[in-house]
Design a binder for this molecule. Structure first.
Ligand SMILES: O=C(CO)COP(=O)(O)O
Length: 253
């Protein structure tokens, strides 16, 4: 059975003190409010990983992830952070292929394949992001566009490796815009992606793959979005920076 996952992507936000405060609040609410059956992943900027890990400790079902990793294991790549480093600092997940990385850092589907491999080789679970820009949605070719992102970056994986992947569908026009996809739009895409995965890896593997929705998810719309059959959770940006909102989203299942 696939996991329900809510992951918070802090992006490039929060100082040390702010990160500590947010994490402490989330950990306390998480424990006090008896949250069960949801895997929660905090994805802070790299410099926060170690102190955030200390606060999270071994809270059950509360995990840490990176927002990116290098496609190389080590070496002279100034400014980069490798998958083995993330693992050694307590991360177990890593976001790969976020649309902001694709757009501002020119990350191609091919490069993302190498990053996914690095993550898997080092025991990290990739949260692989996909999603279409507005013009593609308006042209009506969004399903093919997003399926192609999965085909090009993931379909070289073995069955065994594919079983470790989490997918996050994030329509670019819904990210940080306050304009979320409707729950029906999310369901339609998630179902199309699951069918696409089934075509390559079989129905059972597709049914076991968690597909998260991301894009202006908040406590007011999460329940509706998460109620859809093929939506297995969320990748949360802005609302993950507010402890009450983030925990309320987690509790929306
Ligand atoms: O990009 C996102 C998460 O990775 C979504 O961001 P927002 O929730 O701020 O729209």
């Amino acid at each position: 059975m696939r996991k329900k996952i809510v992951a918070g992507n802090w992006k490039m936000n929060l100082t040390f003190d702010e990160g500590q405060k947010l994490t402490t609040e989330i950990v306390n609410m998480y424990k006090d409010e008896n949250i069960k059956d949801v895997t929660v992943v905090l994805n802070p900027p790299f410099v926060h990983l170690f102190p955030v890990k200390k606060l999270v400790g071994d809270t059950p079902n509360l995990f840490l992830g990176g927002q990116n990793c290098s496609d190389k294991a080590s070496g002279a790549f100034t400014g980069e952070t490798s998958a083995p480093m993330l693992k050694s600092f307590g991360a177990t997940y890593v976001i790969i292929g976020h649309s902001e990385r694709r757009e501002y850092f020119n990350e191609s589907n091919e490069l993302l394949t190498a990053k996914v491999k690095q993550a898997l080789e080092n025991g990290l679970t990739p949260i692989f992001c996909c999603g279409e820009p507005l013009e593609i949605r308006e042209a009506g070719t969004h399903e093919d566009y997003v399926k192609n992102q999965l085909t090009e970056s993931l379909f070289g994986l073995s069955d065994e490796d594919f079983a470790k992947i989490v997918i996050a569908y994030e329509p670019i026009w819904a990210i940080g815009t306050g304009k979320t996809a409707s729950s029906d739009q999310a369901q339609e895409m998630h179902k199309a992606l699951r069918d696409h995965l089934a075509g390559k890896y079989g129905q059972e593997a597709a049914d076991n793959t968690s597909i998260l929705y991301g894009g202006s998810c908040n406590p007011g719309n999460a329940k509706d979005i998460f109620s859809k059959a093929d939506v297995d959770g969320g990748l949360i940006g802005g609302a993950s920076l507010k402890s009450r909102d983030f925990v309320d989203i987690i509790k929306s299942f």
